[in-house]
Ligand binder design. Structure first.
Ligand SMILES: NC(=O)c1ccc[n+]([C@@H]2O[C@H](COP(=O)([O-])OP(=O)(O)OC[C@H]3O[C@@H](n4cnc5c(N)ncnc54)[C@H](OP(=O)(O)O)[C@@H]3O)[C@@H](O)[C@H]2O)c1
Length: 405
């Protein structure tokens, strides 16, 4: 029997989640979309109705306020919340879930607004409270984190005894034709990539300067692109849950023009999260910059090309060395036609719906706070093929460290 779901956040990802849940009435029998700006929810609801014929309810909420959330949850009585607003709201929404007996799912780990630092420790600290309330919180059910965790779990289950060297590769080969824009929330995006890089090796973190390590990789469906080593949140949980990891790294592609703009932004101090005085009021430069940049949700119709995100693992099976590459390719224009959002939102929103589906159907329902790789990957992997993110696994002899810069 289907369940009622409450989606919080009416950005690019919320739009995709709303469409994908609406396409599955047997699982998501009722849908409410709530966000800070109700008109954005109403616009999405109208498009969902046009594309799928389904009505979804809309509401206003300030997700920074636990009392407002509690009021909304008590009124709506959802089975679960799919939180696709911003990482700043993870804890307030988790608090409201505990207060009202609602299950929780998100796509990005908590980040305090005033420190550009994202870690699982704040959310893992809710484990006992969720467990004793009989509630489940599923963390990071987007693409990366999310599908990349499930790819790793699937490789561990079916292909490897030890997963010695793990590299996650994220390529957005889309072109929106604008001089500079970010593909998801610019504030979160810029905070993520201007930090030092970090990877895991032999039981400890190795820090690099931002963009210090790079290689050019030939991505299927996109072509050769330069990718840079970044810290990414799934490494923190995956190194705890995969067998025999000796090194884990994360790589993301960026174009030259994008990096040049970022360098200028940085040199001007526009990426700073320290408030400054401006004409008698405090403003945060990065928030001001966000107001100037194109809304990522507006990039959909103009973005052409594909994303290719996957994982390469070098390890052993039955004592023999082997290497596998598992990946998905997603087309920006196809995503746009189906949901009115580009592929970066699509590749996040579809796994959020699939994670919620596993919880509602019971395949992944377990009280506590969990990361994606802690569940049986098979039903999730089958649903990726079914709901628009088909994947491939291939044998490979690629050695990333031997690739040119
Ligand atoms: N795991 C992954 O693969 C992955 C990839 C990309 C993104 N993400 C995550 O997905 C989430 C959504 O990304 P997006 O690109 O859709 O971002 P977005 O376009 O900026 O949308 C965020 C939405 O949240 C709403 N919001 C912000 N603060 C709020 C508050 N206090 N109360 C209620 N609503 C609030 C915004 O409302 P307004 O419209 O009023 O501003 C907006 O509708 C982010 O957390 C991002 O980190 C995950």
């Amino acid at each position: 029997m289907g369940k009622k779901v409450l989606i919080i956040g009416a950005g690019g990802v919320g739009r995709v989640v709303a469409h994908k849940c609406a396409q599955n009435p047997d699982v998501f029998s009722e849908i409410t979309l709530a966000s800070r700006t109700k008109s954005k929810c109403d616009r999405i609801a109208a498009e969902v109705k046009e594309r799928t014929g389904r009505e979804i309810a809309t509401a206003t909420v300030d997700a920074d306020s636990v009392p407002e959330l509690v009021q909304l949850f008590e009124r709506e009585k959802p089975f679960m919340v799919i939180h696709v607003a911003l990482p700043y709201q993870d804890l307030t929404i988790m608090d409201a879930c505990l207060e009202t007996g609602v299950h929780y799912l998100d796509t990005a780990n908590y980040e305090p607004r005033d420190v550009a630092k994202f870690e699982y420790k704040w959310q893992w600290a809710y484990r006992e409270r969720f467990e004793s309330a009989g509630l489940m919180a599923l963390l990071g059910s987007g693409f990366d984190p999310g599908v990349t965790n499930v790819f790793c779990a699937w490789l561990q289950k079916h292909e490897f005894d030890t997963m010695d060297f793990v590299d996650i590769l994220d390529c957005n080969g889309g072109d929106h034709g604008l001089p500079f824009a970010t593909n998801f929330n610019p504030e979160i995006n810029i905070r993520e990539i201007t930090q030092n890089g970090r990877y895991w090796e032999n039981g400890r973190w190795i820090e690099t300067k931002p963009m210090e390590m790079r290689h050019t990789f030939d991505f299927e469906g996109v072509g050769p692109r330069r990718m840079y080593l970044l810290y990414h949140e799934e490494i923190e949980s995956l190194v705890q849950h995969l067998n025999g990891v000796r090194r884990m790294r994360f790589w993301m592609t960026f174009g030259e023009s994008y990096l040049k703009h970022l360098e200028v932004i940085h040199n001007l101090g526009l990426d700073s999260i320290e408030p400054i005085d401006f004409k008698g009021r405090k403003i945060v430069p990065l928030e001001f910059l966000k107001a100037l940049l194109p809304d990522p949700a507006s990039l959909g119709p103009r973005t052409k090309g594909k994303t290719n995100i996957g994982v390469i693992v070098r390890g052993t099976k039955d004592g023999q060395p082997k290497t596998r590459y598992i990946y998905n390719i997603c087309d920006h224009q196809e995503a746009w036609r189906e949901t009115g959002a580009q592929a970066v939102s699509y590749t996040t929103g579809v796994p959020a719906m699939i994670g919620a589906k596993q919880m509602i159907e019971g395949a992944w329902m377990r009280p506590g706070v969990w990361n994606m790789e802690q569940f049986d990957p098979d039903p999730f992997m089958a649903d990726l093929n079914r709901y628009g993110l088909p994947w491939k696994v291939v044998e490979t002899d690629i050695d990333i460290d031997a690739l040119p810069e």
